[in-house]
Design a protein around this ligand. Structure first.
Ligand code: GH3
Length: 310
């Protein structure tokens, strides 16, 4: 079950690495039978901060794309063993979203149009200027990283998004299957609408932002996702329901104990927090899991709010 255990936590490290560009600007695969091209591009890309994987064997491409987290592929169009378009289709099967750039000696308008229509990101004709190829690749990677950032990080609060949750939950469920406890909670601010109604939407926004900052500070070992509006999901790994309940109650008390002073507002604003808690079960379906957490949250609201219900 080694892979099961590897999933979620490392995925997030990967995400954060991409956002902060700490270790690499991304991973590029180059497929070309011309060893000279491989070596020139390898060196140029590495100097630019990319991790590079090269192969002159187009039959390997499917496996590489499957096993390594590739961000972009550069593919030669004419290779003795396999046509570049076939390599392109192979990659598409394994990784439909991966940007693919053709690098080719075939300066032929119809082939170029064919490649672009199939969805190639670019079509660069040899001989090429290395600087120009690098500029094109930098552009593609920048767009890709902005796109990934935008779909995974909530713009207002900086919490992970609901989409991000959807893409990660399978990994967490695999962990549960492997016997690793994971707790999930639904949290909803109490009477949040009345903060908006009394002080305006911008003050409401500020409260949401502060709430996420506090969650990230107090619960730094957990992952917080904004599910929508004032509703958040929290995942705590290596934690049973019982342990999570203690952690969350203490967090709720911290949140509730805080006085929020906001510029231009006389009143002190307090946040109440209702929390529904459950644990991932080995054969859980996502919908069942969310349903349990949601029902617990509903109970917390019904029983008078500002409390944790498991
Ligand atoms: P309850 O304790 O029953 O949950 O009461 P509530 O007022 O919190 O009810 P509800 O959760 O339905 O209200 C959520 C409100 O959050 C309604 C919506 O206008 C507001 N809201 C949703 N998204 C945002 C946002 O991004 N910013 C602000 N300021 N308000 C938002």
């Amino acid at each position: 079950h080694k892979n099961d255990f590897q999933s979620s936590g490392e995925d997030f490290i990967e995400l954060e690495r991409e956002y902060t560009n700490m270790t690499s600007n991304g991973r590029v695969l180059i497929v070309d039978d011309d060893i000279l091209i491989l070596s020139i591009m390898n060196r140029a890309l590495e100097m630019r901060g990319y991790e590079v994987i090269v192969t002159s064997n187009p039959h390997e491409v499917g496996d590489i794309v499957n096993s390594k987290d590739i961000d972009l592929a550069i593919v030669d169009l004419i290779m003795p063993e396999l046509d570049g378009f076939q390599v392109f289709e192979n990659i598409r099967v394994h990784s439909p979203e991966l940007p693919i750039v053709f690098l080719t000696g075939r300066d032929h308008t119809e082939t170029k149009i064919d490649a672009l229509k199939r969805g190639a990101e670019d079509y660069i004709v040899k001989p090429f200027k290395v600087e120009e190829v690098l500029a094109r690749i930098d552009g593609i990677m920048k767009r890709k990283s902005t796109y990934k950032f935008n779909i995974n990080i909530d713009e207002l609060t900086g919490a992970y998004t609901r989409k991000c949750f959807a893409s990660k939950i399978t990994g967490y469920l695999a962990n549960a299957k492997a016997g690793k406890p994971v707790a999930l909670s639904f949290m909803d601010l109490d009477k949040f609408k009345s903060i908006n109604d009394t002080y305006g939407h911008l003050v409401g926004d500020e409260i949401l932002k502060r709430f996420v900052v506090d969650a990230k500070t107090y619960l730094e070992f957990a992952k917080i996702f904004r599910f929508g509006g004032d509703e958040f999901l929290l995942l705590i790994e290596n934690s049973s329901e019982e342990e999570a309940k203690e952690i969350l109650e203490s967090f709720r008390e911290q949140v509730n104990g805080k006085d929020h002073k906001i510029d231009g507002i006389e009143d002190i604003i307090k946040i109440g927090l209702s929390i529904g808690l459950t644990e991932l079960k080995p054969h859980d379906q996502v919908s069942k899991l969310l349903d349990r957490a949601d029902k617990a949250l509903y109970k917390a609201k019904e029983s008078g709010r500002n409390q944790t219900v498991a």
